[in-house]
Design a protein around this ligand. Structure first.
Ligand SMILES: Nc1nc2c(ncn2[C@@H]2O[C@H](COP(=O)(O)OP(=O)(O)OP(=O)(O)O)[C@@H](O)[C@H]2O)c(=O)[nH]1
Ligand SMILES: [Mg+2]
Length: 214
């Protein structure tokens, strides 16, 4: 089976505007801690071992620090699943959701690489972060973001990375299950031709036997 279709090392890409909490999200998932201030300029790959559905796996989480086209293209093609974050206190980050969603779809559909099992419909989630500020600094209402997520056909999670590690774990677990389901689907669709070939072959043998009997 193609390396990309094994669920032993799923790859997750974090996207989102500046300051939405991408690094805080990754650090929270890996260490369970919220530090408060994070280095903004670094691109970092976090690796974390976890048991998902009784399987011992290593999850790679990529936190990028640039929206440059070539960076986005490489990372979108690298990923098995994408989380797009916005901050409920920052309308600019909410407006950018459309852009990131379109970028992911574009680069998954436009490639000429037959080596990799790119799935066009890569699992993608939207995360509304900083819910701890919902009474003081909320700019985007739940209804408004629900509407956008319905249009983009993406599941949305409302979390506060600052408040607890639970929301982060829930998001990653949900995405991993979707990645696993997609990999299994692609793998089984690739196996399909063989039983068909066998069936055709059997039918041919049967017909040629009956031909000789007549
Ligand atoms: N109140 C609150 N602050 C948060 C939360 N998550 C992150 N922050 C803060 O938001 C700021 C930006 O967080 P980062 O994780 O650096 O955001 P980022 O998306 O990685 O930012 P860039 O790397 O600059 O694109 C930091 O001061 C965090 O402490 C949250 O859930 N609630
Ligand atoms: Mg960062």
């Amino acid at each position: 089976m193609c390396q990309r279709l094994k669920f032993t090392r799923p790859k997750i890409l974090l996207l989102g505007g500046e300051g939405v909490g991408k690094t805080a999200f990754a650090v929270r998932y890996v260490t369970k801690r919220f530090i408060g201030e994070y280095d903004a300029s670094k691109e970092t790959l976090y690796s974390h071992r976890s048991i998902i559905d009784k399987e011992d796996i290593t999850i790679d989480i990529m936190d990028i620090s640039s929206d440059e086209e070539v960076v986005l293209e490489n990372h979108v093609r690298w990923a098995d699943g994408v989380i797009i974050l916005y901050s409920i206190t920052d309308r600019g980050s909410f407006t950018k959701l459309d852009f990131y969603h379109a970028v992911v779809q574009y680069y998954r559909r436009h490639h000429d690489d037959n080596e990799h099992a790119y799935s066009d419909n890569i699992p993608m989630l939207i995360v509304a972060n900083k819910m701890d500020l919902c009474y003081t600094g909320k700019t985007i209402s739940t209804e408004e973001s629900d509407q956008l997520c319905r249009r983009l056909n993406c599941r949305k999670f409302e979390i506060s990375v600052a408040d607890s590690p639970d929301g982060v774990s829930e998001v990653v677990d949900y995405l991993l299950r979707n990645i696993k389901r997609d990999m299994q689907k692609v793998a089984s669709s690739r196996r399909l031709p063989f039983p068909n070939v066998k069936r055709v072959f059997k039918r041919k043998v049967y017909r040629s036997k009956s031909d000789t009997l007549q």
